[in-house]
Design a protein around this ligand. Structure first.
Ligand SMILES: C[S@@+](CC[C@H](N)C(=O)[O-])C[C@H]1O[C@@H](n2cnc3c(N)ncnc32)[C@H](O)[C@@H]1O
Length: 416
């Protein structure tokens, strides 16, 4: 059996990603689920896999300069890994070349060795060649995304967004005040740093122990916006319509002091079981978990019997363009037609959920997309179709402005 190493795991992940078209985080968690690697090696495997995905076009540009013409796909993956180490994160040359050559099939090893050594010799020329390349190569993003961001936000913000997406994300966690107050949390986890702008959140590079104890939940501070706009009160009845894996459900329960009812609904059974585990660990006691797809008829009794709700959160499925720093392969999945397609689904979900709101009640629609079709566009469409709804307030978080993940949330009130 071949001994697993960080580079071997990263290569296997790249090959699976290319062949199976599965989600990158799922692929790497599956490969790392066998605890055969030391924790530093696990971290390096993730760094290599995500790093190559973030820099695909750039690495292929260099490969084309070093080895013009058609390439065997397995060879390309090995070269991508090697060049990422040598030219992007600047791993020690000897280790990067030797260990990467070892990854290749025997008959390809001399090609890998020659190409990587050539890259070391031509390092400055390869870096200089980038200057004249368009942003889609320099920042490894699909051209259509850069085009639409330049149109929506301007050329400089679009570049800043690409740079943001290529940076390693910071781990933020929300202190779970159902279990622990911020002072105790900070005393218990010495490395945690409270965010000056939001004292419910900390920066935490090794959150595992705090997570296992239910003392925190890993989420970006921008995810709190939707819950705060909803302003749930203790004792109320809330519907969290797209709830899994439960980050916002848990925060709603905290804002309600574990008093009242939160119906946590989602269509995905697997994600609901993760939600169930999360809520148990976080000591959420007021959630009722229901599986339902809002694009299907017949709202289940468990939901309709609790209606009308005081407040509803619709944290809709979306294109995820605000969280590309964390979801590194999202950029390669998006198509130009996605945004209008998502808008149709989002409007459909709101149409199915809004009748469950009481008269005078409020609902918050939120996404982690920064695209106007999925945000303002959805709101315009819903307001046009439903004269009984009135927009109260909205908030948008843009990574290149706010330095957090992208998010959008709007609060609407049902007047009749
Ligand atoms: C953005 S995620 C929700 C994240 C969650 N609110 C949290 O904070 O952890 C969107 C969720 O909507 C669910 N979803 C997508 N389409 C749905 C539908 N038609 N009906 C119900 N849930 C749906 C997905 O399974 C996914 O879990």
């Amino acid at each position: 059996m071949v001994h697993p190493t960080a580079r071997r795991v990263a290569l296997a992940a790249l090959q699976t990603w290319r062949e199976k078209k599965d989600f990158a985080d799922r692929i790497i968690s599956r490969l790392l689920s066998e605890p055969a690697l030391a924790s530093a090696d696990r971290a390096f495997a993730i760094e290599l896999f995500y790093g190559v995905l973030r820099n695909l076009t750039l690495l292929d540009f260099w490969i084309a300069l070093l080895r013009p013409g058609q390439l065997n796909l397995d060879l390309r993956d090995v070269l991508r890994l090697g060049l990422y180490q040598l030219l992007v994160i600047e791993t020690a040359e000897h280790a990067a070349v030797y260990e990467t050559v070892e990854l290749a099939q025997k008959r390809l090893r001399s090609v890998v060795n020659g190409t990587l050594r050539n890259a070391i010799r031509r390092r400055e020329e390869l870096q200089a060649a980038l200057v004249s390349q368009p942003p889609e190569v320099r920042f490894s993003h699909p051209r259509f995304l850069i085009g639409r961001w330049s149109e929506q936000f301007g050329a400089k913000p679009s570049t800043a967004l690409c740079e943001w997406n290529n940076r390693r994300p910071i781990i933020y966690a929300r202190i779970n005040q159902l279990k622990v107050d911020p002072q105790t949390f900070l005393a218990r986890y010495g490395e945690a740093e409270l965010l000056p702008a939001d004292s419910s959140f900390v920066k935490l590079s090794s959150p595992q122990e705090a997570l296992d104890r239910g003392d925190c939940y890993v989420q970006d501070p921008s995810t709190a916006v939707a819950c705060r706009l909803l302003k749930p009160e203790p004792g109320e009845k809330i519907l969290d319509a797209c709830a899994a894996p439960g980050g916002k459900t848990a925060y709603l329960a905290e804002l309600m002091e574990n008093n009242g009812l939160v119906v946590a609904c989602d269509r995905d059974v697997d994600r609901l079981s993760v939600l169930e585990e999360n809520l148990a660990r976080l000591d959420v006691q007021i959630a009722k978990i229901v599986c339902h797809d809002w694009t299907k008829q017949n709202v289940p009794d468990e939901i309709s019997s609790a209606a009308p709700f005081d407040r509803i959160l619709i944290d809709a499925p979306c294109s995820n363009t605000g969280v590309m720093r964390r979801r590194v392969d999202v950029r390669w999945r998006r198509k130009p037609t996605d945004f209008v397609r998502m808008q149709e689904r989002q409007v459909q979900i709101i149409g199915a959920v809004a009748p469950l709101l009481k008269r005078g009640g409020t609902f918050v629609y939120s996404t982690c997309s920064i695209e106007s079709e999925e945000n303002e566009g959805v709101v315009e469409s819903v307001l046009r179709e439903s004269p009984a709804l009135r927009q109260e307030t909205k908030q948008k978080c843009l990574p290149f402005v706010d330095q957090f993940d992208g998010a959008f949330a709007v609060r609407l009130r049902k007047t009749e």
